[in-house]
Write a protein that binds this ligand. Structure first.
Ligand SMILES: NC(=O)c1ccc[n+]([C@@H]2O[C@H](COP(=O)([O-])OP(=O)(O)OC[C@H]3O[C@@H](n4cnc5c(N)ncnc54)[C@H](O)[C@@H]3O)[C@@H](O)[C@H]2O)c1
Length: 273
């Protein structure tokens, strides 16, 4: 089972100019401002790096204060240390973003009859209500300027269900719906709205789950990835955060004005089943 970061037969994403993302990116977002939630770690951090490398000023929104500040300093962005489980904090965030990446999220695994209602409500707040409020706040500016890109980080679980993930699956399906409504409303203003919907991505959250499950089931980490997590995926490898970020960046680029109201599945064939 393949679990290495990059298998030998699959080269890293070609980089036209070579070198780091910062060195190779075309400045397609020069003069634009991006707001990324959950930007201090995992997929959000990769998105912030990619958008900044493409020239955007990035608002790094996360409750992890130190990491958010470090990243903002690294990319010349602005940190916003807020807890997005309080939807009212959205009113304190900048309204002037041209690009919004709704990414912050969390998981809780339990059968419905044991699922803590508070936890269910928290997940809907962070992953549905807060994205709605952020869009409610930022869309008018995009409409005024006649250009905008909304990218909602959904999941294969926005398109398919799995047991024990009721709150997460509910929230991601809702986010897919919100994204489509925004696409319909925003089209006449030059604003697109899409989801990027990955399978399992190699973030610290997932790497910890692999180790835990290997211990719990008494199987190897490779078997946890291949047989448990990626059972329904044809590609038996985790996705890298940078690959998700490249998809996000592409949706924010110059050739995607007709791509709206859709989900870009990055699930190794999971939804082909
Ligand atoms: N990792 C995966 O396999 C995977 C797959 C599909 C979709 N996703 C989605 O991608 C997004 C990012 O996931 P990740 O794996 O990078 O997660 P992560 O846990 O590595 O990072 C999430 C970030 O969001 C921040 N965050 C969480 N709750 C917050 C809150 N209440 N207020 C402010 N910040 C908060 C965290 O501090 C962290 O920096 C989520 O929406 C997740 O559902 C992840």
């Amino acid at each position: 089972m393949e679990t290495s970061r990059r298998p030998d037969h699959e080269p890293a994403t070609p980089s036209p100019g070579g070198g780091s993302p910062q060195a190779r990116a075309e400045p397609v977002l020069a003069g634009r401002t991006a707001l990324v939630t959950g930007a201090a770690g995992g997929i959000g951090r990769a998105c912030a790096l990619a958008l900044a490398a493409a020239g955007a000023h990035v608002h790094v929104v996360d409750r992890a204060g130190e990491a958010a500040k470090r990243l903002a300093e690294e990319i010349g962005g602005t940190p916003w240390v807020v807890d997005l489980s309080d939807p009212a904090v959205v009113d304190t965030l900048p309204a002037g973003a041209d690009v919004v990446v709704n990414n912050a999220g969390l998981q809780h695994v339990a059968p419905v009859h044991e699922f803590p209602p508070d936890r269910f409500a928290l997940i809907q707040r962070v992953m549905v209500e807060t994205p709605f409020r952020i869009l409610r706040r930022t869309l008018p500016g995009m409409y005024e300027r006649g250009w905008g890109r909304v990218v909602n980080i959904s999941s294969v679980h926005g398109l398919r269900a799995s047991p024990y993930k009721s709150a997460y699956v509910t929230a991601k399906h809702a986010l897919e719906g919100l994204s489509k409504v925004v696409a319909l409303e925003a089209a006449e203003h030059g604003v697109t709205s899409n989801c990027v919907s990955p399978g399992y991505v190699r973030t610290p959250l997932v790497e910890n789950q692999i180790a835990d499950q290997a211990r719990a089931h008494g199987i190897s980490e490779a078997d946890v990835v291949g047989r448990v997590m990626l059972e329904r995926s044809a590609v038996k490898r985790l996705i890298e955060p940078a690959d998700v970020a490249e998809a996000v960046l592409w949706l924010c680029g110059p050739h995607t004005g007709h791509i709206t109201g859709t989900s870009l599945s990055m699930d190794g064939g999971w939804t082909a089943n």
